[in-house]
Design a binder for this molecule. Sequence first.
Ligand code: C2E
Ligand code: MG
Ligand code: MG
Ligand code: MG
Length: 278
Amino acid sequence: SQDPDVQQKCGFYDNGLTEKLKKELELSELFESSLKNHDFQVYLQPKTELKSGKAAGAEALVRWLHPERGMILPGDFIPLFEKNGKICELDLYVFKEVCKLLKRWIHEGRKLLPVSVNLSRQHFRTAETLKRFYDIAKEYGIPQGIIEFELTESIFFDNKQIKIVQESIRKMHQYGFLCSLDDFGSGFSSLGLLKEFDVDTIKLDRSFFINTSGTKAKEVIRCLIELAQSLDVQTVAEGIEKPEQLDYLRAVGCDMVQGYIYSRPLPIPEFEEFIEKM
Ligand code: C2E
Ligand code: MG
Ligand code: MG
Ligand code: MG
């Protein structure tokens, strides 16, 4: 086009795109060395049982401690690593770090808390991947029922993956892992998911609790928790920040809460301190 205005806009767009690609390329290239240097670290965020107020588990959340840029949060690199395929390697790294930690807790005679690890949809191209996790857990001597995998809601909507995900969950259980449905309610969740997939826990997405002042929002939460209870599925409320949210969740019988109200994700030594003080 000869229109200078259009040309300029395209130019801007191109520059922006190039910048983004440059950044992505740079992060991609840093991946291997960062993995070797342990620049990826596992943080833990406690899950608290509402009834007792006691720690009931933790979620492993990866942090990239970049030597020059400081801490990079998952939102800035997970989508990239999902595209370039490095996410599987990173998940495996996080999983191994969690196994190492649990092994140390066993060695030190600490009470074992269940720890959950997020798994990208990329693992569910075949149901064979789970075997690798099983072999590693066995190598580290991790007892059954301690490690849980979190699968994000969107995985369950890919028609090509349904059978593989069902088979994978079956294997998870056979191998002694638990399975939770993450970010439930972040998209157009279907209650059918609970019927088709044998998950142990659902994690109600943070978006449910952003505006709970209305009676409708409250009723939806109440009914979902009741449904989960009748299906013998545990419930975790994610992203809880305010005391009034806690009051309501307690009243409707939600099992666990994970959110800043109790703690942000913490480096492992700080998490251990936090647990000891509880
Ligand atoms: P997620 O699995 O749903 O994890 C919960 C996210 O909510 C975490 O963000 C956590 O820091 C944040 N959060 C917890 N409590 C609160 C709260 O009270 N208020 C607010 N505003 N946020 C809260 P984070 O650590 O930035 O992780 C974002 C997402 O990145 C995770 O969402 C998960 O999908 C993904 N992710 C993190 N670590 C891994 C990993 O090792 N592997 C894979 N595949 N994905 C990961
Ligand atoms: Mg999660
Ligand atoms: Mg979540
Ligand atoms: Mg979420």
